[in-house]
Write a protein that binds this ligand. Sequence first.
Ligand code: PMP
Length: 427
Amino acid sequence: ASRLDDDAHALPARRQRVLGRGLELSYREPVHLVRGEGVFLYAPDGRRYLDAYNNVPSVGHGNRRVAEAIGRQMATLCTNTRYLHAAVVEYAERLTATMPEGLENCLFVNSGSEANDAAWRIAKIVTGRGGALVMASAYHGVSDAVAALSPYYGPFAQPQAPFVQTLEPPDTYRGRFTGAGAAAHYAADADRAIAALQASGHGVAALMIDSAFVSNGILNVPDGYFAAVAAKVRAAGGLVIGDEVQSGFGRMGDAFWGFARHGVVPDLVTLGKPMANGYPAGAVVTRAELLRAFTDKIDFFSTFGGNPAAAAAALATLDVLQDENLQENALTTGRLLRQGIHTLAARHAAIGDVRGSGLMIGVEIVSERAHRTPAPELARQIANKMRHLGVLIGTEGPDGNVLKIRPPLPFGQRHAAMLLEALDQAL
Ligand code: PMP
């Protein structure tokens, strides 16, 4: 044990020496993890944490079916998609079967960033235009092209590129419009953005949008908002890119895909994070004619994208999601959690609003409920206190005051009770 303790104590300094200062660790007192199982994570000394934050291990940490599928495939064959292999074909068939008709072709990459990069490239080539609409505070990934579509917020806010217009977030808690007509009022901002792109000669290639509005603080957007903006973009000749990196694969509970909750069928859907439960995998799913128009001009090939091990991992993940009814679990546990947080709000004035769907939940922490004053320091304190109580959550949003609760999908009733107990104590 002493050897382990020595290693653990030396780790932060060693890490900083080789990884630099920039890559910030979560929590004031960082968490050192050596093992995960289901919805639990374990420190070297055996201390257990309830994971209410990580969406990548969506079918659970250390999932045996996924791990064994990867191991088996790695020990058998791992090549690339220029050779015939059944796994990637079977996965593409299974994946497109979960999507609306017409979204029938897949292009496989290795991350959400790469998926968004490829979708954006397809949109520019297909439309022959170069302008983009994104939500203010949006985050879509790390490539240079996609970083330009990621205004983000706070100290890491990015300057706006000339070919990008940002949309006013349809925030009915903190924004300008609430109640009836809010959807149309917010959507009207797309008219301004489209006109600006047309006036500057860029035109509209695409709208890229996260249908869970996570980096905006996990918004409950007014009904019809996304559909109205999508219609305006299409009328201007642009395509709709649905970024399902956060909202996809059942997490939202009431729909397998986030866009379906808004009554929109995107032209291009981008996938990442939970797709293969932690094995790097990403994809663009689109209509055959759009992919064809792209591949007529670009010989697109991703070395690792769709490899047999990635396909086996993604297949096993989809199997577990479906066999264990995890979308339904997200719906019922999510409801329970939000109800529980509403109950806590009666006793804790710091809870200003509870939002989200399924196991994507945002809790506004405010200093004055009547004025909805964001309390980011209090939100950070709550997340840090909960970490000490053994429950991991995060903070989110342009004001940094929204608690982000986004656990692996096998999160059940008793886990929800543990989280609520810790949140109550922390508050
Ligand atoms: N899109 C969204 C909505 C995201 O939240 C993220 C990651 N936070 C990405 C894209 C990029 O995914 P990755 O980091 O896996 O490249």
